[in-house]
Design a protein. Structure first.
Length: 95
């Protein structure tokens, strides 16, 4: 979905028929919604553009911290991910 894209008619599962639609800008992208009932019919994410320098995350499970950190770097969401084992450790890392 781009800014110039026109809303179109789509099938709405809630209404059970082809309906007119409208576009709503939401955090992280846009949604096409059913005009009569407001049901979300399609979503589109907006790419971040720039890679974040660092993400600090907290979880008590080492496996989850490691997997999430690797995924965030692999998907180019952040250049560096710092994993902390607790909320207080996260706060200490950020201060």
């Amino acid at each position: 979905m781009t800014g110039g894209e026109q809303a179109r008619s789509l099938y709405c599962m809630s209404c059970g028929e082809e309906v007119p639609t409208y576009v709503v800008e939401v955090t992280g992208g846009a949604e096409i919604r059913c005009a009569p009932c407001g049901f979300t019919l399609e979503t589109a994410r907006t790419p971040l553009g720039a890679v974040l320098e660092c993400i600090v995350l907290a979880d008590d499970e080492l496996l989850f911290r490691t997997l999430l950190a690797d995924l965030l770097v692999e998907q180019k969401v952040a250049r560096e991910v710092v994993g902390c084992e607790s909320g207080p450790a996260l706060l200490s890392e950020c201060v």
